[in-house]
Design a protein around this ligand. Structure first.
Ligand code: 2NL
Length: 346
């Protein structure tokens, strides 16, 4: 009985002292005094064995309860002191809720460029980038588009320099990424060549739901002995299968581009109507996604590759069209309006 009374006194005294402590050092001294090896509480617990059996139980239980209470009170006080001192030192109220952690992500067009690059990379193509400011020699002449060729007019060009003495300009914003493919062939000459060139391209055009003066292209090129239209079809078919899934049918038709002969366009079955015809595909059942063809012999000759020995295929994909088809986006301007409510969805 006397032991229980003194334990209760001990507890009251310890708690009263604890409430006034302000430093970690003081807390440690308090811990040693009330919970340490030489504390009264510990002495009582160690002396239990000497007590008569009937007292041993109640004294032991009482002492243990008090020990736990004191330990809990110590932790609580420790926590309170830490908060107080943090607040005092830094002026930071650590009890305030945290600020939301904003994580950025890649632009949907960048993601599609990466996805397409990865597919061709796994098919053995290297991914190469080139300059956005180009020479007309690489953007036009080397691609079998001489001065006065009508294709120069259809590629509305942003010229960078002033006209020279003969009225010509030579520096421009590239209208496609082919110039880098020309540079690559010119530099490495020795086939096999397998590259894709993604990047921004520029056309001097009025903006509407399907046109922007800046958009993205990814062009591909393969040159080697015995490359044929069958290789072109096999490669692009595999690309379509991986990008759009195994169930979409693919269509090749003739088309014309000055830098290829023959030229083709590839279309995939419309995702919405599965070929029946609807608004998205203009009632044709098909969506055109790229142009391609066998590299024109004049282009190979121009970079010093013998077209008698080597042949090649090339293709150009307009990148923005693909996420528009995949996600049902009906206005290309949405990609470049910097509206995070739109961009965050992808
Ligand atoms: C389109 C059509 C195409 C190419 C790009 C190419 C590049 C070299 C030589 C020959 Cl270096 N061809 N590129 C060929 C055919 C079509 O793009 O409408 N793209 C959006």
């Amino acid at each position: 009985m006397t032991e229980n009374v003194s334990i209760e006194n001990l507890k009251q005294k310890a708690l009263a002292e604890l409430a006034a402590l302000m430093t970690e050092e003081a807390l440690e001294a308090w811990r040693v005094a009330y919970l340490g090896k030489k504390s009264d509480l510990n002495t009582i617990l160690r002396g239990l064995a000497n007590l008569p059996v009937e007292e041993r139980k109640s004294v032991g239980a009482g002492a243990n309860v008090v020990r736990e209470e004191l330990e809990t009170a110590l932790k609580t006080r420790e926590h309170a002191i830490n908060e107080e001192s943090l607040k005092a030192v830094s002026g930071i109220d650590i009890s305030l809720p945290g600020r939301p952690w904003l994580s950025g992500k890649l632009h949907p067009v960048t993601r599609i460029v990466n996805e397409i690059s990865d597919i061709f990379s796994s098919l053995g193509f290297s991914v190469i980038e080139g300059p956005e400011v180009e020479l007309d020699r690489y953007n036009f002449d080397a691609l079998n588009i001489p001065k006065e060729h009508p294709a120069r007019d259809t590629m509305q060009t942003f010229w960078v320099d002033q006209a020279d003495a003969s009225g010509d300009r030579h520096i421009l914003l590239r209208t496609h990424t082919s110039p880098m493919q020309v540079r690559f062939m010119e530099k490495y000459k020795e086939p096999p060549i397998r590259i894709v060139v993604p990047g921004r391209v520029f056309r001097y055009e009025a903006t509407d739901a399907s046109h922007m003066p800046m958009f993205h292209q990814i062009e591909g090129l393969m040159v080697d002995r015995n490359v044929s239209l069958a290789d072109l079809k096999g490669t692009l078919f595999e690309f379509a299968r991986r990008f759009f899934g195994p169930d979409r049918r693919v269509r090749f038709r003739c088309d014309f581009f000055p830098f290829v002969e023959p030229g083709v366009e590839m279309a995939i079955e419309c995702a919405v109507c599965k070929g029946a015809g609807c608004r998205l595909c203009g009632d044709t059942g098909w969506l055109e996604i790229l142009g391609a063809g066998m590299v024109h012999p004049k282009v190979l000759e121009g970079v010093g590759i013998d077209p008698q020995t080597y042949t090649g295929f090339a293709f150009g994909i307009g990148v923005e069209r693909l996420p528009m088809l995949r996600y049902g986006i009906d206005d290309i301007r949405l990609f470049y309006a910097n509206d995070l409510r739109f961009l965050r969805q992808f």
